[in-house]
Design a protein around this ligand. Structure first.
Ligand SMILES: Cc1cc2nc3c(=O)[nH]c(=O)nc-3n(C[C@H](O)[C@H](O)[C@H](O)COP(=O)(O)OP(=O)(O)OC[C@H]3O[C@@H](n4cnc5c(N)ncnc54)[C@H](O)[C@@H]3O)c2cc1C
Length: 319
């Protein structure tokens, strides 16, 4: 029986979420006194996985995340998991992770524990605390399957650099034949900025910003803080910002260290996607805005006054 972490990369470069799921796998492997195997497709710089605790790395060279469909990717991973006799499989709950984990669970007849936010319990490795009901509550799942996949919410554990020494690296081809029924013609990244699911800091703005012409100050603030930008649903519905920035129940769920909400009222559907943030700062003219109830820090004020001042203060601080 082995502990396996599925690691995701884009054009060969490993994501921060993969280092986090490796750290999670390492923790379990240590508890079970077992080896940790990292598996991936189309990866480069495989040594980086060793730093996060992988004892063995299997990289499939004839598949990749950009061009292969999720059914094929799931088949490739399922085959390695079976060959390596995987008992606990860790994956990050990213867009791709959400799609392939149920397919793998079905292929290998494993239990699937989704949205984990903590390590399994010390004396019961199959009892895991998870988020439920759009992050409004927690649930503890216990599985009685022999094999289990645990999908973890990005940024819930953090990545832990391990100085464990050496790992074995295997580059090999898979015998799986690509499904010709449908193909991914192209997957492309929205832009080169920090992706929302990888971001430690998110600067998000809503309808209070009045129009798309007022976003340069949001982008400037985000750039100064090394943050990703996000927005509320109406903002993306109106085309002020791309849909890829929409956070909330029907958008992306984020879990950063710091979420700055500017001109957003804090409707329950918005909060569902952001209330897992470790710190929330709200900037709003309306002292009664519901978002203040979820905030760690609040500024009652006009974004058009507060944000330029904040930008100025950060610049001064940086100097
Ligand atoms: C089924 C369903 C799913 C939904 N899913 C989502 C979702 O995933 N994500 C999401 O965001 N919404 C979602 N919504 C919509 C949600 O209910 C709210 O309508 C939406 O979040 C409101 O967006 P907002 O806060 O930007 O706008 P508003 O509610 O219009 O709030 C604007 C805020 O800006 C403040 N403001 C105004 N001027 C300024 C200023 N100059 N400076 C500072 N503050 C100012 C106002 O006081 C106000 O609080 C969903 C709704 C439904 C019915």
């Amino acid at each position: 029986m082995s502990i396996i972490t599925i690691t995701e990369n884009w054009e060969g470069k490993f994501k921060k979420t993969s280092f986090e799921s490796l750290s999670y796998g390492r923790h379990i492997a240590n508890q079970m006194n077992s080896k940790l195997i990292a598996i991936t497709i189309g990866g480069n710089n495989l040594e980086s996985l060793i730093q996060y605790g992988a004892d063995k790395i299997i990289n499939i060279t004839n598949f990749n995340f950009e061009n292969n469909n999720n059914t094929d990717i799931a088949k490739v991973f399922s085959k390695i998991i079976e060959e390596e006799n995987g008992s606990t499989i860790i994956i990050s709950n990213t867009n791709i992770g959400k799609k392939i984990s149920p397919l793998i669970a079905q292929n290998i007849n494993a239990g699937l524990i989704t949205n984990a936010v903590a390590y399994p319990e010390k004396n019961n490795l199959l009892k895991v605390k998870c988020k439920a009901f759009s992050s409004k509550s927690f649930v503890v799942y216990e599985s009685d399957y022999n094999k289990n996949i645990i999908s973890i919410i990005p940024n819930s554990i953090g990545e832990i650099n391990q100085i464990t020494g050496k790992g074995e690296i295997l580059n090999q081809e898979s015998e799986i034949k690509s499904n010709q029924d449908y193909q991914i013609l192209k997957r492309s990244k929205q832009n080169d900025k920090i992706s929302l699911s990888d971001a430690n800091i998110v600067v998000s703005a809503g309808r209070g910003l009045k129009g798309p012409e007022n976003w340069p100050m949001i982008e400037e603030l985000a750039e100064l803080l090394g943050a990703a930008t996000a927005c509320s649903k109406p903002v993306s519905d109106m085309g002020w910002r791309p849909h890829s920035e929409h956070v909330g129940q029907t958008g992306i769920a984020v879990n950063p260290d710091l979420y700055i909400a500017i001109g957003i009222s804090g409707a329950i559907q918005h909060l569902a996607g952001v209330n897992a943030s470790k710190n929330i700062v709200v900037i709003n003219t309306d002292a009664e805005a519901p978002f203040f109830k979820a905030a760690n820090y609040g500024i009652i004020g006009d974004a058009f006054t507060v944000i330029p001042k904040l930008i100025e203060a950060i610049k001064q601080h940086k100097n």
